[in-house]
Write a protein that binds this ligand. Structure first.
Ligand code: ATP
Length: 545
C-alpha cells in the first residue's frame, strides 16, 4: 500500500530516525495523521504497537524538532500541549483495576470525526452541549458514548470557555478511576468534541429530585455513593488536583449503584507549599457549595473540595435540595463566618451529620482529608436489619415481616429507633423489638447491637435474609470485616424536627424551617444555573485575586 499524500510528513519523520516500520501502525492504529496528534499519544500507545522506549525517545526528539516549525503555533496544540502531562497516571494499587475495560482501537485520545455518530441531546452546560453517541471502533464494535461539543460562537471558540474545555480534556485524559468519568478521546473537528463514557442514568441530582412514582434513593445506597465519591476525590487529591465544582449535578450515574465524578472544567492543579490554587480573576463559582476561604480569597485546595463534599452529602440526604436556598449569595459568606451551617436533613444520622460538620470546619487544616473521610464514613455506616413482625402502631413506620430495614438512629438501650423501610422507602420511627439486625445473628434488636462496617469495593449487592429479589436497590457491599460490639449512637426521643443546628452554631437557613418529621422530603426542583453560579465579583471587596 502506498503512503497517503497527507501523511508523507510522518513517513519522512520516521525514515529520518530509522523507524519507518512504524509508519502504518502509527497511522492506522494510533490514527495519527497530523503532527499535533502526537500530543495525545502516550507511551503506552507506542508500547502497544511494539515500539521500544529507546525508539520512543528518538521519536520524541524528532517531534520536538518538528514542533519548532510553524505548525506548533496551532491553537489546540498551544493550549492542550502545554497542559497535558507526558505520562498517564497509574491507578493506585489499593484501588484495583478500573471497572471500565479499555476500549479496543489503539489510541485513546484522538478519534476520527466519522467514527462517532451523535444521537439525542442529553443536556447542555457552560461550554457546550452533550449528546448521546455511538463510537464505532476500527474492529466494527460499537461503544455507547457521550459527546460534549464545544459551543462555538460566530467568531469561533474563544477565551475562558475554550481554555476550560481543553483543560477538562487534558485533565481527564490522565485519569483512570472506577468513579471518575472516563474520557475516551477527542475529536479534533469543528466543533471540538470530547468523547466520554456514557452515564446512561444521568446526573445524581436529577435522580434525587425525580418526581413520584420514582422512589427516593435508599439511605444505604446514598452511603455507598458517598464512599465512591470520597474514593474518587482522594484519587484526584493524590494527583494534586482540585475539582472546585463538586455537587450532585456533577455526579453521574453509570448504573443504579455507581456514581462517577464528572465535569472537570474547573479542575486546577494545586501548587505551592500550601497546596492551593488561587483564582486569578473574577469567574463564576458555585457559591453555595464553596468554602469560606474560596469565597473570601478565591483560594481552593483539597480542603475546600472536602467542604464541597460536605455540601454534596447534604444535598444527597436532602433529596437534592439547593443549599442555602433563599439566602442571597453575598450573605452566605457572612453566615458561614458566623458559624451557621446547613441543618441536618431528616435522613442524615447524627454521626453522619457530625462528619459533615467536620468537613465544614472554618479552618481548612481542621477538615479531614478524603482518606480520613472514607474512614469516618465506615464509622457512620448504618446497620441493616430485618423486620420480624407487623408494625401498625399509629405514627410508627409501617413494616411487615421480612422487610429490609436500614437503621438510621438507634441504640441498645433505646426502645424506639429510626430507620428506612427498604420495601416502601419510607423513613420513620419504629419499636426496636420489631427488627433483628443483619449482623446480630438473628437476635432481636433490643439485645446489644453492632454496627456493620462495609467492605471496600462496590461490587456486591447486599441482601437481607437472603432475599435477593428485594435487595436489588440495596446495592450495598457485604459487611466483610464488620466491627462488632460497637453500640449504635443514642437517639434522642422517638421523633424530632427535621432541621437542627450543631451545638453552638447560631443561625438557620430560614427557607428550610418548618419541614419536620421522618418522611422523605418531597423532591425539589433542580436548582437553576442562575441560582448556582455567581461571579466572584459579586462581592469584590471580599476578594483580591
Ligand atoms: P458545566 O456547565 O459546568 O459544564 P454541566 O454539568 O451542566 O456543567 P455538562 O458537563 O456540559 O454541563 O453536561 C450537560 C448535561 O449533560 C448535564 O446535565 C449532564 O447530566 C449531561 N451529561 C454530561 N456528561 C454526560 C455523560 N457522560 N453521560 C450522560 N450524561 C451526561
Amino acid at each position: 500500500m502506498l503512503p497517503e499524500a497527507g501523511s508523507l510528513w510522518l513517513l519522512k519523520l520516521l525514515r529520518d530516525i530509522q523507524l519507518a516500520q512504524f509508519y502504518w501502525p502509527i497511522l492506522e492504529e494510533l490514527n495519527v495523521t497530523r503532527p499535533e496528534h502526537f500530543d495525545f499519544v502516550k507511551p503506552e500507545d507506542l508500547d502497544s504497537i511494539g515500539m521500544g522506549r529507546p525508539a520512543q525517545r528518538r521519536l520524541s526528539e524528532a517531534l520536538k524538532r518538528l514542533r519548532s516549525g510553524p505548525k506548533s503555533k496551532n491553537w489546540v496544540y498551544k493550549i492542550l500541549g502545554g497542559l497535558a502531562p507526558e505520562h498517564k497516571e497509574p491507578t493506585l494499587p489499593s484501588q484495583g483495576p478500573p471497572h471500565v475495560p479499555e476500549p479496543e482501537g489503539g489510541l485513546k485520545c484522538l478519534i476520527p470525526e466519522g467514527a462517532v455518530c451523535r444521537r439525542e441531546l442529553l443536556g447542555s452546560g457552560c461550554f457546550g452541549v452533550v449528546h448521546r453517541g455511538l463510537w464505532t471502533l476500527p474492529s466494527g464494535k460499537s461503544v455507547p458514548v457521550a459527546v460534549k461539543s464545544l459551543r462555538v460562537g460566530p467568531e469561533g471558540p474563544v477565551g475562558a470557555e475554550l481554555g476550560d474545555f481543553l483543560r477538562e480534556v487534558s485533565v481527564m485524559m490522565n485519569l483512570e478511576h472506577p468513579h471518575v468519568l472516563r474520557l475516551h478521546g477527542l475529536i479534533l473537528g469543528q466543533p471540538l468534541q470530547m468523547v466520554m463514557e456514557l452515564a446512561p442514568l444521568g446526573s445524581l441530582h436529577a435522580r434525587l429530585t425525580a418526581p413520584a412514582p420514582t422512589p427516593p434513593l435508599p439511605v444505604a445506597l446514598l452511603f455507598l455513593f458517598l464512599r465512591q465519591l470520597a474514593g474518587a476525590m482522594a484519587y484526584l487529591g493524590a494527583r494534586g488536583l482540585v475539582h472546585r465544582d463538586l455537587a450532585t449535578r456533577n455526579l453521574l450515574l453509570a448504573s443504579t449503584s455507581t456514581i462517577k465524578v464528572a465535569d472537570f472544567g474547573l479542575v486546577r492543579p494545586l501548587s505551592g507549599a500550601r497546596g492551593r490554587y488561587v483564582m486569578g480573576g473574577p469567574r463564576p463559582i458555585p457559591y453555595a457549595w464553596c468554602a469560606p476561604e474560596s469565597l473570601r480569597h478565591g483560594a481552593f485546595s483539597s480542603a475546600s473540595d472536602v467542604w464541597m463534599f460536605g455540601v454534596t452529602l447534604w444535598e444527597m440526604f436532602s433529596g437534592g435540595e439547593e443549599p442555602w436556598a433563599g439566602v442571597p449569595p453575598y450573605l452566605i459568606l457572612q453566615r458561614l463566618e458566623d458559624r451557621a451551617r446547613l441543618p441536618r436533613p431528616p435522613l442524615c444520622s447524627r454521626t453522619l451529620y457530625s462528619l459533615a460538620l467536620r468537613c465544614w470546619a472554618p479552618h481548612p487544616a481542621d477538615r479531614p482529608s478524603f482518606t480520613h473521610v472514607e474512614g469516618l464514613l465506615q464509622e457512620a455506616w448504618p446497620t441493616e436489619g430485618c423486620c420480624v413482625r407487623d408494625v401498625t402502631e399509629p405514627g410508627a413506620l409501617r413494616m411487615e415481616p421480612g422487610d429490609p430495614i436500614t437503621v438510621i438512629e438507634g441504640s441498645p438501650d433505646s426502645t424506639i429507633w429510626k430507620g428506612q423501610n427498604g420495601r416502601t422507602f419510607k423513613v420513620g420511627s419504629f419499636p426496636a423489638s420489631a427488627v433483628t439486625l443483619a449482623d446480630a445473628g438473628g437476635l432481636p434488636a433490643t439485645r446489644p447491637v453492632h454496627r456493620g462496617t462495609p467492605a471496600r469495593g462496590d461490587q456486591h449487592p447486599g441482601s437481607i435474609d437472603g432475599d435477593r429479589k428485594k435487595a436489588n436497590l440495596w446495592d450495598v457491599p457485604p459487611a466483610r470485616g464488620q466491627r462488632r460490639n460497637v453500640p449504635l449512637e443514642r437517639m434522642k426521643g422517638g421523633t424530632e424536627c427535621a432541621w437542627s443546628h450543631p451545638p453552638g452554631v447560631p443561625g438557620s437557613t430560614g427557607s428550610h424551617q418548618g419541614r419536620c418529621g421522618f418522611s422523605h422530603p418531597e423532591p425539589q426542583g433542580k436548582a437553576s444555573p442562575g441560582q448556582v453560579w455567581w461571579l466572584m465579583s459579586v462581592i469584590p471587596a471580599l476578594w483580591e485575586a
